[in-house]
Design a protein around this ligand. Structure first.
Ligand SMILES: Cc1ncc(C[n+]2csc(CCOP(=O)(O)OP(=O)(O)O)c2C)c(N)n1
Length: 364
């Protein structure tokens, strides 16, 4: 195990004091030590985090630190290859990567796939890396950083679940909004027309839907739970809805919404009236540690309408909840609903397991 303070000190001793990244549960002890400031930018996706870092290097000549979950490495590939690579602009970067699904650990199917190929991706990019498991690995990483500085190259470390320890306990997550998430989702499911299809985002949303359907025995409609592909929920729902007669409800998180914001423009331009978009805005990346998304100051009404949605609905409390949900579902114009909602309160949420069965049931 490694003390996270030791890792951050090592980076700062190398004059790397600028951080940008997308939160990850493996790295939550790391990101929680970085205060939100102009020296720590929580980016909306990993490609942006890399690009913000590239800009910082051009301005300061100091190597920025970019952190991400290995699933986000694919989002980062474009700027890593087409801007920062040694044979392009040769921009030095330090990547701190949460290694879900490493061959040593038990993890979910989507993480196992990525975990197995993470090292090969780094090798293909010609990025030297250290697997951090103990203090002696920190020394090895330190040497690699010094070489990267000299050669103006990219260097990475891979960190598995449970490796980073922190002196002080993580602060309890605070709710930004008060509407109880279980109450909203339960009421929503109970009021769905029978043949509705739901496509829900990774994070807690899919896991909560699955759990609540079972807990309250709600069988209206069928769900496709996205267990990865963060940010692509609205696009999967758009693709489905174009040729389906059923109401297609996209249940997205605010972090997921922001990750590939442009997709909502495609939905606004091309979706039919059967497409129903919902953003559950808790202003946090609840499922990976409660880091801020900064979605609280987005004016979703203006944004959705300028993107082509015809009607905007907002739910912020339990008053007339059923009626407000029905108004949204019954609307015969392309509609966008923002729900200002609490974080999840359900302990030990189950995870979708038999993914092929889920796919088949959804398509039936
Ligand atoms: C490309 C990618 N980057 C990062 C992650 C890690 N991750 C999983 S869920 C999540 C937060 C999602 O936030 P939001 O959509 O607001 O849902 P919530 O966690 O609040 O349920 C993150 C960052 C991921 N799965 N994929």
């Amino acid at each position: 195990m490694i003390k996270v303070e030791g890792l951050i000190n090592l980076l700062k001793r190398n004059k790397s004091d600028f951080f940008s990244g997308v939160p990850d549960s493996v790295l939550k002890n790391f990101s929680s030590l970085l205060k939100d400031s102009k020296k720590h930018i929580i980016a909306t996706n990993e490609g942006s985090a890399v690009s913000i870092g590239i800009g910082q290097y051009l301005s300061t000549k100091k190597i920025p630190v970019i952190y991400m979950q290995n699933s986000g490495l694919s989002n980062a590939l474009n700027p890593l290859i087409s801007i920062a690579h040694k044979k392009v602009y040769s921009i030095p970067l330090i990547l701190v990567i949460g290694w879900r699904g490493s061959p040593n650990t038990k993890d979910e199917p989507q993480h196992n796939v990525k975990g197995k190929i993470t090292r090969s991706i780094l090798k293909l990019l010609d990025i030297k890396y250290t697997i951090l498991r103990s203090d002696s690995d920190l020394k090895k990483f330190d040497k690699q950083i010094k070489i990267a500085k000299k050669n103006k190259s990219i260097v990475a470390c891979l960190i598995e679940q449970g490796v980073l320890k922190k002196k002080t306990k993580l602060k309890k997550k605070k709710d930004f909004y008060s509407l109880d998430k279980e109450l909203f989702l339960k009421t929503f499911l109970q009021n769905l027309p029978k043949k509705t299809k739901i496509i829900s985002s990774t994070g807690y949303n899919s896991r909560e839907l699955m759990h609540l359907r079972k807990k309250y025995q709600i069988k209206n409609g069928k769900d496709f739970y996205m267990v990865g592909g963060m940010g692509h929920t609205s696009s999967v729902a758009l693709g489905y809805s174009l040729t389906s007669k059923n109401k297609t409800v996209c249940i997205d998180g605010d972090g997921s919404f922001l990750m590939h914001l442009g997709s909502i423009k495609s939905a606004g331009t091309f979706a039919n009236k059967n497409y129903k978009y919902i953003v559950l805005n808790n202003n946090t990346h609840d499922s990976v540690g409660g880091q801020n998304t900064y979605a609280n100051n987005v004016n979703f009404e203006k944004l959705s309408k300028s993107f082509g949605f015809k009607k905007f609905f907002s739910i912020t409390n339990r008053k007339n909840l059923k009626k407000n949900i029905q108004n949204f579902l019954d609307s015969n114009k392309l509609s966008f609903l923002e729900v200002k909602i609490s974080n999840s309160k359900i302990k030990k949420l189950p995870r979708p397991k038999n993914l092929i069965k889920i796919r088949n049931q959804f398509m039936n």
